[in-house]
Structures are given as C-alpha cells and as structure tokens.
Design a protein around this ligand. Structure first.
Ligand code: DX5
Ligand code: ZN
Length: 223
C-alpha cells in the first residue's frame, strides 16, 4: 500500500527532550506524532496530560494523534480538544457512551478514533464505524512501550478491514504495539494504513533511520 502513515509514539522518547524528539522524527518524515495519555487506572501506567499536549501542539508541524488510555474519556475528552489534539482516539472499553464521545470529537472539528484491546471483540466497534476516522487495533495490551507484538492482531486487522469495507466507512485502520520492521509488512498486508511505533523508532540510536527502515518495510506490503 502506498499510503501508509507512520506515527512515532513519543512514549519511548526522552521525556526531558520531547521537543527535539518531535523535531527529529518530523525531519525524517513522520506523518503524525502519537501521544500516549495514560491515567494509572485504565492502564497500569501514568504518563502525560493536557499541558504536555498543549506544549507539543506549539512545536509540532504534523498532526498530534492523541491516544487516550484513560477511564471515562466522556468526562475529560474536552481537555484534549482544548489542548489542540488533531486526532483523538478513545478506547471502546472505557467510554460510557462511545457514540457520544466520538461525535463530540468530530463536533470540535477533529478526527475521531476508537481503539480496542487484544481481548475485545471486533463487533464492539461495528456500531460506530461510520462515525470514526480511525480504528486503532492494539497489538499489545496497552500501558507500556517495548512489548512483544501479539500475532492474532493480524487476523483481527484483516477481519476489521472487511467490516469497514462492508459498512462503507472511510475509517483507516491503525495498529499500535510491537510494530517494527518485521511486523510492519504483515499488518499493512492485512489492511492497516497507520503504523504507530515507539520502541522501534525512539529505542534506536538513529530514530530517523529507524523511521525510514520502518517505512521501507511497510512499502514491501503487497496490497
Ligand atoms: C502502548 C502505547 C503505544 C506504545 C507502543 O500502550 O499505546 O503507543 O508507545 O510502543 P511500542 O511501539 O514500543 O510497542
Ligand atoms: Zn498508543
């Protein structure tokens, strides 16, 4: 597929130097900057919140793809919209009213995404496929960077791609967790067109080269 977007996850970047991390991957051609928000409740890790999203928005030249791994985004999604998130992705498992939340995101003129964990049935996102711009398939259990890719994600992406095609939705499939030069091709072959990668890019001595390598691996996909 020619139109694969690469979204480096700053979770694996040096938090003391986020600005330079973002600049480095933008120079290397990053399409989005993936920002992992974790609340210590929905996932067993605590990262960053609206002030950091707002600060990143001041310096970023590509859209901020903000992945909310938090309880009840219904209550706080507006914080991230006000902070300048361009894409807001919420988990179907943590929303009380997922349809209402994705509509609130779109109402604010931003792109909406819905994510699902490895143990969540694909059918849980079917009712909102027409209402989202992105479905984010987790290929690890969320909470940490550097985890091993869960292989069943490939079949889930393929099945989701069929569901999306049948529904007439224009949503892209994103995949997050354990994406590297070996997993990029199978997920793109299965139908993913946004690759989130943290450790494979920022865990490298040369993030720019790592991004280029990941893109090259994705481009070898046949679809
Ligand atoms: C995990 C996060 C991911 C994470 C991916 O819960 O949502 O975005 O940064 O990291 P890697 O690419 O290292 O698996
Ligand atoms: Zn993420």
């Amino acid at each position: 597929m020619s139109n694969v977007l690469i979204a480096p996850s700053i979770l694996s970047a040096d938090f003391a130097n986020l600005g330079s991390a973002v600049e480095a991957v933008e120079r290397a051609g990053a399409d989005l900057i993936h920002v992992d928000v974790m609340d210590g409740h929905y996932v067993p890790n605590l990262t960053i919140g609206p002030p950091v999203v707002k600060a990143l928005k001041r310096i970023a030249h590509v859209p901020l793809d903000v992945h909310l791994m938090i309880d009840n985004p219904d209550d706080t999604v507006s914080w991230y919209l006000e902070a300048g998130a361009d894409v807001v992705v919420v988990h179907v498992e943590s929303c009380r009213h997922v349809h209402r939340v994705v509509h609130a995101i779109r109402q604010a003129g931003r792109a909406a995404g819905v994510s699902l964990n490895p143990g969540t049935p694909l059918s849980s996102v079917e009712p909102v496929l027409a209402d989202v711009d992105q479905v984010l398939v987790m290929s690890v259990n969320p909470g940490f960077g550097g985890q091993a890719f869960i292989p069943s994600a490939v079949d889930r992406i393929r099945e989701l791609a069929s569901m999306i095609a049948e529904s007439g939705s224009a949503a892209r499939i994103a995949v997050d967790g354990g994406i590297d030069v070996s997993t990029a091709r199978p997920v793109v072959d299965a139908g993913a067109s946004i690759l989130v990668a943290g450790n494979a890019i920022f865990g490298s001595d040369d993030p720019a080269q790592a991004l280029a390598d990941l893109r090259a691996a994705a481009m070898t996909a046949v679809c």
